[in-house]
Design a protein around this ligand. Structure first.
Ligand code: NI
Ligand code: MN
Length: 236
């Protein structure tokens, strides 16, 4: 049976293996106190970057260059990275744009946040919905916004990855509201407890969301595989 394997590597970094493609999102490895990886060991076909902040762009360029992977991000950030690294393979998309890389659709969706590259303009941030039949929504860094309903209505992500750390993004209250709009089968909290500023309680989030019946919450352990079938049912 075809399966999708997801691994959290701390903060907003996830590895997803689906349809024989290896995808890494927001590979903040160097300097991430929660990361279990080294940038050298990452194998990737596709690198997704939600915005230019260093805790998301991270080691993305080096990983993409070393693996010959395609990097997908926002137009202005993608162009800026390509100008600095002419060998980088980039798809620089914008909101509602979809690109297919090796059979995997990646769609840009709104994120209510900011972005920059080396202190300069890097376009807007984004969330991404990606996958084949199994759709995963990585919210990036975002505050809560009502158009998360649109993400559900258009793309029906079975798995949503939501920040709950507060300060820069949603905290538990807002992320619980987000889960109520998204109604994904599974929700995985991220972007918390990496630093003191983003202290949060994933168990409180899980209890709130599950008591209300919005979604099943998986509190991911760093580096541990979580497996799903093509319909988004958990296999382990
Ligand atoms: Ni950010
Ligand atoms: Mn961040």
């Amino acid at each position: 049976m075809a399966q999708t394997v997801l691994k959290w590597h701390g903060h907003a970094c996830f590895e997803v293996e689906t349809k024989n493609k290896r995808i890494i999102v927001d590979p903040f490895i160097t300097g991430n106190p929660k990361s279990d990886l080294t940038k050298e060991e990452v194998k990737a076909d596709i690198v997704l970057v939600t915005h230019g902040h260093t805790d998301h762009l991270g080691d993305a360029v080096e990983i993409a260059l070393k693996n010959g992977a395609t990097l997908v991000t926002m137009v202005e950030l993608g162009w800026a990275l390509q100008a600095k690294h002419p060998d980088l393979k980039v798809h620089a998309i914008n909101y509602s744009g979809t690109v297919n890389v090796g059979g995997i659709d990646i769609t840009s969706v709104l994120a209510f946040h900011t972005s920059s590259l080396d202190g300069g303009y890097a376009g807007n941030p984004m969330g991404m919905v990606f996958g084949d039949s199994l759709k995963i929504y990585h919210a990036g860094d975002t505050g809560v916004f009502k158009d998360m309903e649109l993400i559900r209505e258009l793309y029906h992500p079975q798995i949503s990855l939501l920040p709950i750390g507060g300060y820069y993004t949603m905290h538990v209250k807002e992320a619980t509201y987000a889960a109520s709009m998204l109604r994904s089968k599974y929700t995985i909290p991220m972007h918390y407890n990496t630093f003191d500023a983003i202290r949060s309680d994933p168990v409180l989030f899980k209890n709130n969301v599950e008591k209300a019946g919005y979604s099943s919450v998986i509190i991911a352990e760093v580096g541990k595989e979580i497996k799903f079938d093509d319909s988004g049912n958990r296999l382990d």
